[in-house]
Ligand binder design. Structure first.
Ligand SMILES: [Zn+2]
Length: 377
């Protein structure tokens, strides 16, 4: 029951998408409309999707039977003739499990409804577990979370550190000693529901794109934790890259005389920006916190300026400890990027911290399931 993560194809369905099963695609068009725009009548759905009334009625009938959508009655403003019945997504008809494996000391997860709202939470302590012991903990956490909801579970999404391929196999996650670990396949076998696994930064950008306050103009989410990595949504698609390593800006060298990095090179962005390294510098005797943060922010800006110049991004979202990221660091990064790019590149650019806070990976993991199973995001 392994299913592919929604990478390399548009996250949101469009009218031009013809190669997939058309009924499933048409259903996604209607669900997407209800998911993004809220309640609509059958006539509204027909108009916005370009599908015939007959096709829409047929699909709606099936979704009503499934319980995925519900009839909400007529809008208050309709006066003449037979008022149209509004349809809405039943956000609690089915639940989704989202799991975040990116912390160093624990795995966290939640039960979410279709609106991305957390219904219940659970976590397991890692206690240094790696390899198959760590996989067993993911299985325990997922099983426990599934038992915490009485609703049917649409699927399980997981944001994992490391490089993850499109079948949900973790190619390489050094901190967990995972190499070629078929995490999605093993979880799907145990749990009996579809499972989607993606890199935590890619998961975070999906969370921000769907449930954060982002638009559609090009979004980069920079995850700053034990390591540093980014996820990008461009033109409505998650950017995967040639070998699945898009967004690995943490290992771009910013200081050739700097410290040795976990990747064996010297002076990667991660060696100045990763949380443990940054905290250590702030704790040094006589350190001027504002000055240290501004200096690191400038190095971040130097690394990001070519990305902004190249892609004309709309938003850069910094995700991690806000006491470190939101202040002199962000201001210096913002200033540096603007100083190093043409005004047209950075004019509409917004650099901010995530509105989803620590939940960004869990919420994004839920989006993996919504996109993979319902075609909505
Ligand atoms: Zn490195």
């Amino acid at each position: 029951m392994t299913t592919h993560t929604p990478v390399g194809r548009p996250l949101r369905p469009t009218g031009k998408f013809l190669q997939e099963d058309s009924r499933r695609h048409h259903r996604s068009l209607l669900l997407q409309q209800l998911f993004r725009e809220g309640p609509a009548s059958r006539a509204d759905l027909s108009r916005s999707s370009g599908l015939t009334r007959v096709t829409v009625s047929d699909l709606v009938k099936a979704m009503l039977a499934e319980g995925l959508v519900a009839e909400l009655g007529a809008p208050a403003e309709s006066r003449v003739g037979k008022p149209p019945t509004l349809l809405g997504l039943s956000v609690d008809s089915t639940h989704v499990i989202g799991i975040d494996l990116s912390a160093t000391d624990r795995f966290t997860g939640a039960v979410l409804n279709l609106a991305g709202e957390v219904q219940a939470r659970h976590e397991v302590s890692l206690d240094g577990a790696v390899g198959t012991a760590a996989v067993a903990l993911v299985h325990t956490l997922a099983t426990d979370l599934m038992a915490m909801t009485e609703r049917p579970v649409l699927g399980v999404g997981v944001g994992s550190p490391g490089v993850v391929d499109e079948t949900g196999t973790v190619i390489d996650a050094p901190n967990l000693s995972w190499s070629g670990m078929p995490l999605a396949a093993s979880l799907a076998e145990t749990l009996g529901v579809p499972v989607f696994v993606a890199n935590d930064a890619n998961t975070a950008v999906l969370g921000e794109h769907t449930f954060g306050e982002s638009g559609d103009g090009g979004l980069l989410v920079l995850r700053v934790g034990t390591g540093v990595g980014a996820g990008l949504v461009l033109g409505g698609s998650l950017l995967h890259g040639h070998l699945g390593a898009a967004g690995e800006i943490g290992h771009v060298v910013v200081d050739t005389e700097g410290e040795r990095c976990a990747c064996s090179r010297v002076g990667c962005l991660e060696t100045v920006l990763a949380v443990p390294r940054l905290r250590r510098r702030l704790e040094e005797r006589g350190a001027d916190a504002a000055q240290v943060l501004a200096q690191v922010g400038e190095q971040l800006g130097i690394a990001l300026a070519p990305v902004v110049g190249m892609l004309n991004l709309h938003e850069i979202v910094l995700s991690g400890p806000t006491e470190l990221l939101d202040g002199p660091l962000r201001d210096a990064a913002d200033r540096t990027i603007r100083a190093r790019t043409m005004p047209v590149s950075s004019e509409g650019l917004l650099i901010r911290t995530s509105t989803l806070g620590e939940d960004v990976v869990i919420v994004g993991a839920a989006v993996l399931v919504l996109a993979g199973e319902l075609g909505v995001s």
